[in-house]
Write a protein that binds this ligand. Structure first.
Ligand SMILES: Cc1cc2nc3c(=O)[nH]c(=O)nc-3n(C[C@H](O)[C@H](O)[C@H](O)COP(=O)(O)OP(=O)(O)OC[C@H]3O[C@@H](n4cnc5c(N)ncnc54)[C@H](O)[C@@H]3O)c2cc1C
Length: 319
């Protein structure tokens, strides 16, 4: 119920105007967002690297409304790739296709994607294409698979276990040897498209992780690249200890070495688990969002765990 409310609010411009004017909202957001500038984000990435943790940087912004804005988003992503290389950091980038024009002109969006992939490839870096809500699932997969077919094997995709279609999509992307980040799914989807119960989503997540670990084994267990940028076949992106444990045990049963299974978590969430997994020898990557357009991202995080709001509010009033 509360989750639906927050995800609904994430798309309302009136709510965005109202909430972002409130100083407390940034205080809340700053738990999940590394800062508003690239410099602040880079400092967060350097801090993670000191703990042996890799990063994926996301310059926040989605549902771009003009092609000019989409081109600016591309320039910003290229600036991040340049900065990662300049500082020699173990980081790659995550992008959203709606940020680079998917809702305006799919061909222009593809050309923008190619520009980013070319630039990343020249720097031996990797680009993860985030998955957005179900209006964009097909287009995202089509453009991603087109990029793979055009030879851009430095791109990876995200699949959401809550969608009924994901088992079939997984087979499609695995057939092209894609690198996959598995997530449960963060948007509000109708019962006609997505499992309504957590139990079913968890079961789908484990099933898909097992399938991808099978593919990892078949591919000879390619490990994380030595510079920490190009991930293995599977990235398990969840803070749910049961999902993490299932992936670990399945990998052990299949005799997949730790370096061939990446765990990913969001900036500011379950730092204890991130550090534990890194200590246990697994590649761990933290998704580091930054920028001024943090409102929809914050709303989705609050929707996953409304207790975050009460916790920060009570601290605020206690002070
Ligand atoms: C690296 C990464 C990238 C992602 N990319 C995408 C994407 O491209 N598309 C997409 O739809 N979704 C994406 N997600 C979000 C994902 O779909 C889930 O909404 C999110 O990860 C919460 O699900 P969970 O698996 O952690 O399990 P849950 O069952 O939601 O949570 C398990 C436990 O994790 C902790 N936790 C979870 N969320 C929070 C929170 N917000 N604040 C504090 N504690 C929390 C709590 O302890 C909770 O009990 C991404 C997630 C990660 C980690």
């Amino acid at each position: 119920m509360l989750r639906s409310l927050f995800v609904f609010l994430s798309k309302q411009h009136w709510a965005q105007r109202l909430i972002t004017r409130w100083g407390f909202a940034w205080r809340l957001a700053s738990r999940f967002v590394a800062g508003e500038t690239l410099e602040e984000a880079m400092q967060a990435v350097e801090g993670l690297a000191r703990d042996g943790i890799n990063a994926s940087l996301d310059h926040l912004g989605e549902h771009t409304t003009s092609l000019e804005e989409a081109r600016q988003a591309v320039s910003e992503i290229l600036r991040i790739l340049n900065e990662i290389q300049r500082r020699g950091l173990p980081a790659n980038v995550s992008i959203k296709l709606s940020q680079i024009g998917a809702l305006l002109d799919s061909e222009e969006c593809y050309q923008n994607l190619v520009t980013i992939l070319e630039n990343a490839r020249a720097r031996d870096n990797f680009v993860r294409v985030d998955m957005e809500d179900s209006h964009l699932t097909q287009l995202t997969l089509d453009l991603f698979l087109r990029a793979l077919a055009d030879g851009y094997d430095n791109a990876g995709i995200v699949l959401q276990s809550y969608l009924y279609r994901t088992d079939a999509d997984l087979e499609r992307v695995m057939a092209q040897g894609a690198r996959v980040r598995m997530v449960k799914g963060a948007y509000l989807e109708p019962r006609s498209l997505a499992y309504p119960s957590k139990k079913e989503v968890n079961a789908a997540f484990d099933r898909q992780v097992e399938r991808l670990l099978g593919a990892t084994q078949k591919a000879g267990c390619p490990a994380l690249s030595s510079d920490g940028r190009v991930p293995p076949v599977l990235a398990v992106a969840s803070h749910d200890p049961k999902r993490v444990e299932f992936a670990r045990q399945t990998a052990a049963r299949l005799e997949i070495p730790a370096e061939a299974l990446e765990f990913q978590m969001l900036y500011g969430i379950r730092r204890d688990l991130q550090q534990q997994l890194a200590k246990d020898g697994y590649p761990v990557r933290v998704y580091v969002p930054f920028g001024t357009r943090w409102y929809p991202y914050l709303m989705r995080r609050l929707g996953e765990r409304p207790a975050n709001l009460w916790f920060t509010l009570s601290n605020f009033f206690r002070k």
